[in-house]
Write a protein that binds this ligand. Structure first.
Ligand code: KIV
Length: 274
């Protein structure tokens, strides 16, 4: 059941309508059809098939090992749920940094798999790729600030925008990145892991919507990784709120099943055939 039975398919042109509006955008990650259905029926505007699949599904330390084949597979699974939410496909590390033609080629692959907009990380240095992808008529979402694919450069997943100067991750550079992403043609941008004041200044400066994660309350929208929202993650993070504790509930359910199997209480007559 949808949270709103009048809800219609969310489309790319609608992104621009929320800029500066009081009604914020909501985005949640999903990686398969079952959970795409669950988050979609909760009423989200966008489903992000994120390369966070590496950490929350594959058990990796960072997102760097995700391949195009992995992303195509997960985008296909989410698309098969036919969500009303817009499907955002994440371009994995190495699929667009290498060249402009790789960026266009791999964006086409994600669209063919079922994505409706592609997301990539970076600002000034990736602007050429964003322009080329949008020129191929593929909508692009940028991602600046704490960009997990810059894991080694940042020395881990570290909050950005706290330093002065023009080096990568500095306050000034993040504003330049935001403007470069917009100028290159992106229709929205994720701001991750930056102080709220800076995210607010960027949001007030840009004409495209900003979607924050660990970036405070002033962005035009918010995104959370589904495992953090549903309490499926083994860890909790300052920037994330578990709205339910599914990990604990699932563990309890399995423990009860094991105990009933061991005692012979399962299966009972109601669940058996005569
Ligand atoms: O891959 C992902 O889940 C993301 C979000 C954290 C924005 O990029």
């Amino acid at each position: 059941m949808s949270a709103d039975s009048q809800r219609k398919k969310f489309t790319v042109p609608q992104l621009s309508l929320v800029k500066g509006a009081s009604r914020r955008l909501s985005m949640v990650t999903a990686y398969d059809a079952t959970f795409a259905f669950i988050v979609d029926s909760g009423g989200v505007d966008l489903i992000l098939v994120g390369d966070s699949v590496a950490t929350v599904m594959q058990g990796q330390r960072n997102t760097l090992g995700v391949s195009m084949e992995h992303m195509e597979y997960h985008v296909q699974m989410v698309a098969s749920a036919k969500p009303l939410a817009l499907i955002v496909g994440d371009l994995p590390f190495g699929s667009y940094q290498t060249s402009v033609s790789d960026a266009v080629h791999n964006s086409v692959r994600l669209i063919k798999a079922g994505a409706e907009i592609v997301k990539l990380e970076g600002g000034v240095h990736i602007a050429e790729q964003i322009t080329a992808i949008t020129n191929a008529d593929i909508p692009v979402m940028g991602h600046i600030g704490l960009t997990p694919q810059s894991y080694h450069r940042m020395g881990g997943n570290k909050i950005q925008g706290r330093t002065e100067g023009d080096g990568a991750g500095s306050k000034e550079r993040l504003m330049d990145d935001a403007l470069a992403v917009q100028e290159a043609g992106a229709c929205a941008v994720v701001i991750e892991g930056v102080p709220s004041d800076l995210a607010r200044t960027i949001t007030d400066t840009l004409t495209i919507p900003t979607i924050g994660i660990g970036a405070g309350a002033h962005c035009d929208g918010q995104v959370l990784v589904m495992h953090d929202l549903l309490g499926l993650s083994p860890r909790t993070f300052t920037f994330a709120k578990p709205y339910v504790q599914l990990r604990e509930q699932a563990q309890q359910a399995v423990a009860q099943y094991v105990s009933e199997v061991q005692s012979g209480a399962w299966p009972d007559a109601e669940h058996s055939f005569s």
